[in-house]
Design a protein around this ligand. Structure first.
Ligand code: PGA
Length: 241
């Protein structure tokens, strides 16, 4: 997740990642999705066309059709320029007014369009201190996924908000407990296997050494460290080391 970062020249940093990934022994087991800003989706998709690396967007509008929504882009438009995934419900967007209801509509529209969704959930520091993390996550999950029956194209990203961009990470014990809870909740909702649950928040080459021991975690949503090819490669290497 590049967030609001990058121009066309930033795509050069992918060269090293592509080169590394080509010869990386575990590349068959590793799925990488880059989510650049919308302005770079098309160029990035072209650049990665012959690789295993996919491209996603960071948000979408909830409307299925074109409309008078100045500054917005819907799932169909994102797919049209090469996105195969879209992040929905990131805390940085929830913070500026994105509600569970809006998130649910966005998810529906994205799935309808054939995009895979990376649905973000997570508690604030205050909520954690009040020990209402489970309650908060349960609400985000049940409202966000309301009336969504098929979990095939769903990925969940658990991102404790206090951990995003701060270098602070939950303890292994806490993270194991929370991700197990999330999976149990998802199993109940879908009445089948839980979709993959990613962890996000200050993931880098160091913290990944701790996270990789947690069996419940199926992958990572990497923000800051995804912008540097070196830092990103470090995460992949250290995960399998
Ligand atoms: P971070 O961001 O890796 O910089 O903490 C994660 C995210 O917001 O997705």
């Amino acid at each position: 997740n590049w967030k609001m970062f990058g121009g066309l020249n930033s795509l050069n940093s992918l060269n090293k990642v592509l080169k590394f990934f080509k010869t990386f022994k575990k590349n068959k087991f590793t799925k990488i999705v880059y989510c650049p800003p919308n302005t770079l989706i098309q160029a990035m998709s072209k650049k990665l066309a012959n690789s295993q690396i996919k491209v996603g967007a960071q948000n979408c509008h909830a409307a299925d059709n074109y409309g008078a929504f100045t500054g917005s882009v819907n799932s169909f438009m994102l797919k049209n320029v090469g996105a195969q995934y879209v992040i929905i419900g990131h805390s940085e967007n929830r913070e500026i007014g994105e509600t569970d209801k809006i998130i649910n509509l966005k998810i529906k529209s994205a799935l309808k369009c054939g995009l895979k969704i990376i649905f973000c959930i997570g508690e604030t520091l205050q909520e954690r201190k009040k020990k209402i993390t489970k309650k908060v996550l349960n609400k985000q999950i049940s409202l966000g996924l309301s009336k969504i029956k098929d979990n095939k194209n769903v990925l969940i990203a658990y991102e404790p908000i206090w951990s995003i961009g701060t270098g602070k990470i939950p303890s292994s014990q806490e993270l194991t407990k929370t991700t197990s809870f999330i999976k149990k909740t998802l199993k109940n909702i879908f009445r089948s296997k839980s979709p993959p649950v990613l962890y996000g928040g200050s993931v880098d080459g160091n913290s990944v050494k701790l996270f990789k021991k947690i069996r419940e975690i199926d992958g990572f949503l990497v923000g800051g460290a995804s912008k540097s090819s070196k830092k990103f490669i470090d995460i992949i290497r250290n995960y399998y080391r």
